[in-house]
Design a protein around this ligand. Structure first.
Ligand code: TPP
Ligand code: SF4
Length: 503
């Protein structure tokens, strides 16, 4: 949380009738909500909306259980998309319906965290039906808070899978008719047919008593997750006064009178699943499973030389057209990074064409866990053609480097930032005997110029990956040629510089 937002004092209004309004809120909420507009002390939810109440219940439970600093909230697409403005926990906002899948990844990769998937009924029970069913069936140790307001709120009131029989919506203007639109989906009942879920309860925000029940259910689900019990879900019947076109008080009554009879409140599951014996999955490190280090383990002499990495994170974008080995160069660098003990990621992007279409990839090398494989401002851009140079050079970090596959920069081109080294990799490769190894020439230049990884590791990786001996020999020469070019002839654009760099 920013100091600024913590420091912001909220002026409490005094109402006309003489009562002081007390705006006490859980410490799990930010003091001020750093969102657009003036109203930084209030949420974007409509008056009487159930989402605000559910946020409050979650915040209070996290505070009481002391879980704030360990928690990650996965917010959905829907009216609650902005939950991250309000709750001061780890926040991830995901695509429509995907919260259980994202929560699965977060919980499995960060097993000490409390991961909450927050979803509306359109999000969970329509587009995201598969995700919730499979997360529940796998017994993921996540908690899902499922806000069922029987309608799509955010998009203006289309029918949801949970819309009641007879309830009007913009897409069921005569009221939901089971013969045409099917019956409302009962998510808790559906999930209760599965073996794995540990706790499934439906509660309602219809009145204070039921809100207190909801409060206990929210807390219990989080406690169970904290204790590693397994999959928990609380369905919360919730008012949407705006789309229902009702006064907030009337909307609460509607929850009681119409929704509860259609969606009975109940604890549908409160037990641990019976697991077969010897059920635990094998716990082996990924490199072991992928047999990445097999050769090095048996022959210590083939271990790459130790390399001192001068960075915490080093990011590279490699771009060109299909057939230039752009993606392969990225893979080789990630493999090298892995062998040098770094965290790595490789994110490719290419068009439908195999040859000649544009292709690029992002490579992250890091001493720490990588948050996202997507790079906005690479330390190095390797532009294998002019289109990539023009398209991506403005993205390069201010003190970054552009390696351009040509003798000179185009005469009309001024790099927006960073320094440029022109490396005629394709020409060099041609002279060596095959245009195919231009990417390896560029790799040699990159390693020599940045010293991000050891060239010894590059040789070891090439020896493992390239099976044809004549091609391997060519690759070795290409690597050396790229390094020598930097040492002996590097240019800045069209202009020779004594040191090869920009001023
Ligand atoms: C892939 C995709 N499909 C459709 C949409 C449009 N969309 C946005 S929110 C939403 C449904 C929201 O309803 P619900 O999940 O019930 O949440 P509420 O707004 O009622 O809280 C839909 C269909 C979208 N954003 N993305
Ligand atoms: S439209 Fe409905 S669900 Fe969305 S914020 Fe308003 S009351 Fe809440």
């Amino acid at each position: 949380m920013s100091d600024e937002s913590k420091a912001g004092a909220i002026e409490l209004p005094v109402s006309d009738n003489g009562y002081d309004a007390i705006h006490a809120k859980s410490a799990v909420f930010y003091d001020l909500y750093e969102r657009k507009g003036e109203l930084k002390h209030q949420t974007h939810y409509c008056p009487g909306c159930g989402h605000g109440v559910v946020h409050k219940l979650i915040a209070e439970a996290l505070e009481e259980l002391g879980l704030q600093d360990r928690s990650i909230l996965v917010s959905p697409v829907g009216c609650s998309v902005f939950a991250y403005y309000y709750l001061d926990v780890g926040n991830v906002q995901v695509a429509h319906g995907r919260a259980p899948a994202a929560a699965t990844a977060l919980r499995r990769s960060c097993p000490d965290k409390i991961v909450i998937a927050y979803q509306g009924d359109g999000d969970l029970a329509a587009i995201g039906t598969a995700e919730i069913v499979h997360a529940a069936n796998r017994g993921e140790n996540i908690t899902c808070f499922f806000v069922n307001n029987a309608i799509y709120g955010m998009t203006g009131g289309q029918m949801a899978p949970t819309t009641l029989v007879g309830q009007k919506s913009t897409t069921s203007p005569w009221g939901r008719r089971p013969a045409n639109e099917g019956f409302p989906l009962h998510v808790c009942e559906l999930l209760a047919t599965l073996e794995a879920p540990v706790y499934l309860e439906r509660v309602a925000l219809s009145d204070n008593k039921n809100i207190m029940r909801a409060r206990r259910a929210v807390r219990k689900a989080l406690e169970l997750q904290r204790d590693g019990a397994g999959f928990t879900l609380v369905e919360i019947l919730s008012p949407c006064p705006t789309i229902w076109n009702m006064d907030p008080v009337v909307a609460r009554h509607w929850v009681a009178e119409k929704m509860i009879p259609a969606f009975p409140l109940n604890v549908f599951r409160d037990r641990k699943p019976v697991m077969p014996v010897n059920n635990a999955p094998p716990r082996r490190p990924v490199p072991d499973v992928l047999e990445i280090f097999t050769e090095q383990k048996t022959a210590d002499t083939s271990l790459p030389p130790k390399h001192a990495h001068h960075f915490k994170d080093f990011t590279i974008k490699i771009a060109g057209f299909g057939g230039q080995g752009v993606l392969l160069l990225g893979q080789l660098l990630t493999e090298m990074g892995m062998r040098e003990g770094l965290e790595v990621s490789w994110l490719p992007s290419y068009g439908p064409e195999m040859r000649s279409g544009s292709a690029h990839c992002h490579v992250c090398l890091s001493k720490e866990r990588i948050g996202s494989p997507l790079i906005s401002h690479p330390d190095v851009l390797v532009a294998m053609n002019e289109i990539s140079l023009r398209k991506f050079s403005s993205e390069v970090a201010a003190d970054g480097l552009i390696l351009y596959n040509h003798e000179n920069l185009p005469s009309d081109f001024v790099p927006p930032q960073g320094r440029v080294v022109c490396v005629p990799a394709s020409q060099i490769a041609d002279k060596l005997g095959s245009a195919k190894v231009a990417n390896v020439v560029m790799m040699g230049a990159l390693l020599e110029e940045t010293e991000c990884l050891a060239s010894g590791t590059a040789v070891a990786v090439l020896e493992d990956k390239v099976k044809k001996l004549d091609l391997l020999e060519l690759d070795r020469r290409a690597l050396v040629a790229g390094r020598h070019f930097i040492d002996e002839q590097a240019h800045l654009g069209a202009v020779n510089q004594p040191d090869g760099f920009a001023d």
